[in-house]
Design a protein around this ligand. Sequence first.
Ligand SMILES: Nc1ncnc2c1ncn2[C@@H]1O[C@H](COP(=O)(O)OP(=O)(O)OP(=O)(O)O)[C@@H](O)[C@H]1O
Ligand SMILES: [Mg+2]
Length: 200
Amino acid sequence: QLFGPLGAPKYDEYATDIKASGEHLLDVINDILDMSKIEAGRLTLELEHLDVADAVRDALRLVAGRADIAQVRLNNEIGVQPPVLADKRAVKQVLLNLLSNAVKFTETGGEVNITAEASGGWLKVAVADTGIGIPAAHLSKLGKPFEQVESQHSKKHKGTGLGLALSRSLVEMHEGVLTIESDEGVGTTVTFTLPLAATH
Ligand SMILES: Nc1ncnc2c1ncn2[C@@H]1O[C@H](COP(=O)(O)OP(=O)(O)OP(=O)(O)O)[C@@H](O)[C@H]1O
Ligand SMILES: [Mg+2]
């Protein structure tokens, strides 16, 4: 009983840290497993008619705590959209990765906007932040496994460098495209497309 009698607040704190570390490790392992599966051509999609606005709400709930701590505003401006033909788990994972990045790479007082637009058989979803941005020289390299930009900010926020690569692969498996636009010091917008159910 190194930190006093059982029941002392310290134990609570450590238990919380241990749980968070465990969850983080599980996320990393799952990302690596997913990447391996995709590269081996073994990840199959279960396509269904899906409301992306629902998936956005779910993903927002998962990053709300982190956004609160970072004092980053999350604006859900997706509105009502026609259903897409997509794999629910994949769409959630893409949204979660993009929203996590947007929150992680945005300083206090910044914001993240989620919008969508249907046209020509595709739903185009954009996650835009007012964060640190990505230097032009790095932009073309991102979206490949383990590519990360070294900066003071990123050193404070450890990650594996798999989120974007996974997201791009998952979107491309749906025949969609994922694009990253960024201005250093101004912000980043990641856009991806998914096939509309009605036309595919
Ligand atoms: N919204 C963003 N703003 C600024 N930089 C970004 C943004 N999204 C991604 N990046 C840059 O791209 C790199 C790769 O992103 P990715 O999501 O693949 O990895 P990660 O967030 O570092 O780790 P992981 O997602 O595996 O936990 C990041 O390390 C960061 O340098
Ligand atoms: Mg990430």
